[in-house]
Design a protein. Structure first.
Length: 412
């Protein structure tokens, strides 16, 4: 038996047991995990320090990789928030009696075994474990080599907490072989994994989509835009763009592109670009932007579809809201898009016509987050149009079955 097959069998067996746990038992497990993270934070931080010492980690991903006491506290808070949420398992979406007198109910059930493939984001280990556990799903985690020491420490702590409350620790497992060959085998573990969720770069996600035989929920790279309309409050627009680009440039909900209506571009762009530069952002611009601020870096065709994950932004001047919508729908990754405007109709047209999981009026794209949406945590941002779209919380980690009660009916 291979190591991967063993992990799959253990996860499958754990999923059967998890499906029988009460909401109280699952909440007790989540609270124990939160407590354990705080109690063992020195151990976790020491492991994270080893990962941060790796010279092969790109500078722009250091922020994603770095843990701190505050971030571990945030992980624990997320676990406690998930514990406080209603358990969706067993909920009945709808029930009805058919013409034959059968009582039919559509009931929420766990997916089973969830596989996670992700990169240098050790917080995903805690978030995914919490959401999967609450929904009665076992999870097999495969993080990137950049975060292997952090993930090993986190999984060791979380599994220990489950043991202490009498729950099968194999509800949470980590693939410690970070090779591409092992990842590809994991993508094809159809006998044991019910759904695979990749979380990371566009390259990772496309690799999973191309090679997986396990069903995949596609989570999104984030080429997110802010469009500043001619009727925008410009000070508000500046604050939204700076927050979206600068607060955490390496994450998928960071603002990567700025579109500005031509009617306000000449008056507004110089101060907007200066504000970006004051925050260390490299600004690239189309020809119209260069005509207004000549020393911006010329944008090329390769810039418009690119997710930078860095302190870089590309700026384009557009003739109308319709032109902005056309550009965004052509180049975006269907993640998060925003308009800044005081024109109610323009805002609603933007929300209606933009093809994305999350569409904002007068707010930063940085709010696309399970924690901010009140989900306690998220397992990823789905950019598909299947049962899950946008931040994926508890409901998106369930399936359903029909339970039918009769009294002897046979079909004519």
């Amino acid at each position: 038996m291979t190591e991967l097959t063993q992990l799959g069998q253990q996860a499958q067996q754990a999923s059967y047991e998890l499906g029988l746990l009460s909401a109280t038992q699952k909440n007790d497990g989540l609270l124990a995990m939160a407590k354990a993270l705080i109690a063992h934070q020195d151990e976790i931080l020491a492991a994270n320090a080893k990962d941060l010492e790796n010279p092969q980690v790109p500078t722009k991903f250091i922020d994603r990789l770095r843990l701190s006491s505050e971030r571990i506290q945030d992980m624990a808070t997320g676990l406690r928030q998930v514990a406080a949420l209603a358990d969706p398992i067993g909920n009945v979406d709808r029930a009805w009696r058919n013409d034959a007198g059968l009582m039919i109910a559509k009931e929420r059930v766990p997916l089973g075994v969830i596989g996670m493939i992700f990169e240098a984001r050790p917080n995903v280990t805690a978030d995914a474990s919490a959401l999967c556990f609450k929904t009665g799903n076992a999870v097999i985690l495969r993080g990137g080599k950049e975060a292997i020491h952090s993930n090993q420490a986190l999984v060791r702590v979380l599994r220990g907490a489950l043991r202490e409350v009498g729950v099968d620790e194999n509800a949470i497992q980590l693939i410690e072989d970070t090779s591409h060959a092992m990842a590809e085998k994991f993508m094809q573990l159809t006998d044991y994994v019910d759904v695979l969720i990749p979380r990371g770069s566009a390259r990772l996600i496309q690799t999973v989509l191309a090679k997986a035989t396990v069903p995949v929920i596609e989570t999104g790279a984030g080429n997110c835009h802010v469009y500043v309309d001619k009727d925008a409050q410009l000070e508000m627009a500046t604050a939204i763009v700076i927050n979206g680009k600068v607060q955490r440039p390496s994450v998928c909900n960071a603002t990567e592109k700025l579109l500005i209506h031509r009617d306000v571009a000449t008056a507004y762009l110089p101060s907007m670009i200066q504000a970006l530069r004051d925050n260390g952002v490299e600004v690239r611009g189309d020809e119209a932007t260069q005509a207004i601020v000549p020393d911006v870096v010329p944008a090329t065709d390769a810039d418009w579809p690119m997710e930078y994950n860095d302190l870089i932004i590309a700026v384009k001047v557009v003739d109308s809201e319709a032109a902005a919508i056309t550009h965004i729908n052509r180049y975006n990754t269907q993640h998060s898009e925003a308009i800044v405007t005081d024109n109610y109709q323009a805002g609603k047209v933007f929300q209606q016509r933009i093809n994305a999981a999350c569409v904002y009026i007068n707010a930063s794209t940085r709010f696309t987050d399970g924690f901010e949406f009140g989900f306690g945590a998220e397992i990823g941002i789905s950019t598909q149009k299947l049962h899950a779209r946008g931040p994926m919380g508890l409901a998106e980690l369930t399936s359903y079955k029909y339970v039918i009660d009769g009294n002897g009916q046979v079909r004519a």
